[in-house]
Structures are given as C-alpha cells and as structure tokens.
Design a protein around this ligand. Structure first.
Ligand SMILES: NCc1[nH]cc(CCC(=O)O)c1CC(=O)O
Length: 313
C-alpha cells in the first residue's frame, strides 16, 4: 500500500514516525511522512502559554486524518486523550520501551544525592508532586521547551537537575546525563508513557489491517488498563495522576500502580493492586485502580489541585 503518516515536527515525533515508516517499508509498503503543526507545538513557542487543553498535540493531526490527507498518525500514547473522538481508532500499540521517568543531572548521581534546597526543572504536575513527596526541600521550577532546550539550560546550570521520560531520551540517544531511572513503585509514570499509539480512521479497514502486525498485545493490555483508570479519574495530561500497569517478574500476574498527588503540598495517595492474568479484563483492572484511588480520597485531592496554565505532562 501507499501510506501517509501524519506527525508533529519535533525531533522525537519525527524519530517515532520514521521508526514506524521503516517497519512498514519492511512489509513492502511505500510510506511518506507529512509534518503537521499542532496547538501544543505553537504553545511551546510563546513565553506565557495559554491554558492547554485535552488533545492539544493531536487535534490538527486528526483533522488531516479525517480529511484523508494522511492515513495514520504516530503519537506518543501519553499525549493521546483517553477517548478518541469519532471517527478515529487506536489501530496499534507497538512494544513499549522504558516507561520510567529519569533524573537528568550534570552533577548529581540520584535524587537522594541532590543537596538540600536543590532546584529541579519540570513542567509536569505529576512529576512536581511526586518529587515534592520524596524530597519536600527541593524547589521544583517550571521548565519548558524541547529536549535540546532543556538539556542546554541544564548544562548552563540554570537548574541542578531535570525530570524527563526515559523513552524520549533513549530514542534520541541523549542519555549522557541520565543518572537515575525512577521505579514506578515510588515515582509513578503517566498513563501510556513509553508507548506509541497508531491512530487511523475507524472505517479505513485496509490501513488497519496493514498496521495489525505493529500491535503488541502485552503493551495493549497494560496501556488499556492505564487509560481506563485515567478516564475513570477524569484526567488528561495536565492533572497530577500517574498510572502504570505491568506484568510482574514471575509472569502471569499483572500489577497496577496509581498515584494522585497535589503538586503544591506534595500530598500523595498511592495504590497498588495485582490480578492473575488469566481472565482479567484490562478495562476492569484499570477502573478498579481508579476506584481504589477514589476510596482513598483522590477526588478531594484533585479538586484542590488547580491545573497550571500551559503545563503538560
Ligand atoms: N509530554 C511530552 C512528551 N510526550 C511524550 C514524551 C516522551 C515519552 C513517551 O513517549 O512516553 C514526552 C517527553 C517527556 O515527558 O519527557
């Protein structure tokens, strides 16, 4: 087939689109990449960003899909809203890479080694809140821009460390200053982090069939549970919620971690649940994690945590 991929123009987005392009070409398809600028990309260019919204990295790409200008879109799954609008479908979730957040620093080996009152840059409410919970003395500052900009500011000494997703840095091979990969049990990643989402039109059966080989069922289970939990909690990418599902080491048992946090106080609510793999439905498993968070007081914590303009996970 002749397939056109819609992608954002960022370095990471293009790496991901090209990764999928190569895999599709390996199946004998002819593939082109079309760069599409999204609201999220525009917001990063202005100094005082207006309030971001759900789907700010996906809306313009979905318009291109709807109009048939492209056949598929490659997204970082965590940027894709939990409910895809009509007429779109999540055609495939390729194998997930490292889902963890990492501490990046020129000087310090890990979170525990950061000096009292250290300054850490992050634009994510979820990261800020969990950082505050682990190290109340640390000052978290707003830190925007693409990966290169952030690494440059770190190199200039504007901050002592930054927190980013491992996936982006690993893909772009910018891991020189990656000091610590934070475990989901004490620093919970965003739903879908480290996973790609391939979006198509629901009615485009031939494209969906051509993409089927890209889907990893294991990843699909985990991210379906995570996205169901996030949807039940009513969260988008701007609220301080972390959800991570994975198979336990021994196999045949899924586990899910959830955290809801208040970025101002560092107050966090954490849950953890396991389920035997056989017969467990990912949606139910995710919703169960959300219910446990609600029972532990998540609603009160979330209503007190006002969204920050322009901040995105
Ligand atoms: N919100 C930005 C974003 N969207 C996807 C990734 C890369 C990680 C991934 O693919 O999950 C990043 C960067 C980051 O959070 O550090």
């Amino acid at each position: 087939m002749n397939l056109r991929i819609g992608s954002r123009g960022s370095q990471l987005a293009l790496w991901q689109a090209n990764h999928i392009k190569v895999l599709l070409e390996g199946q004998g398809h002819t593939v082109e990449i079309e760069i599409i600028k999204t609201t999220g990309d525009r917001l990063q260019e202005v100094t005082f960003a207006q309030v971001g919204s759900k789907g700010m990295f996906t809306k313009e790409i979905e318009e291109a899909l709807a109009e048939g200008r492209v056949d598929l879109a490659v997204h970082s799954l965590k940027d894709l809203p939990t409910e895809l609008p009509e007429p779109f479908a999540l055609a495939a979730t390729p194998p997930r890479v490292d889902p963890r957040d990492v501490l990046v620093s020129a000087k310090y080996d890990n979170l525990a080694a950061l000096p009292q009152g250290a300054v850490v840059g992050t634009s994510s409410q979820r990261r800020r809140a969990q950082l505050k919970a682990l190290r109340p003395d640390i000052e978290a500052v707003e830190f925007r821009g693409n990966v290169d900009t952030r690494l440059r500011k770190l190199g200039e000494g504007q901050v002592d460390a930054i927190l980013l997703a491992a996936a982006g840095l690993d893909r772009l091979e910018k891991t020189d200053w990656v000091r610590e990969r934070l475990e989901p049990s004490d620093f919970c990643p965003a739903a879908g982090q480290g996973s790609l989402g391939i979006e198509t039109r629901k009615d485009d059966e031939s494209t969906i069939a051509a993409l089927a080989f890209l889907n990893d069922p294991h990843t699909r289970f985990a991210v379906t549970a995570e996205r169901a939990a996030l949807a039940a909690l009513g969260g988008g990418c701007q609220v301080p919620i972390g959800i991570h599902c994975r198979m336990m080491q021994a196999g045949d048992v899924w586990e899910i971690f959830g955290v809801v946090a208040n970025p101002d106080t560092g107050q966090t609510i954490r849950v953890h649940k396991t389920a035997v793999a056989w017969g467990t439905n990912p949606q139910d498993f995710g919703r169960l994690a959300a219910e446990m968070l609600f029972e532990a007081g998540a609603r009160e914590l979330l209503t007190n945590a006002a969204p920050v303009p322009g901040a995105a996970d």
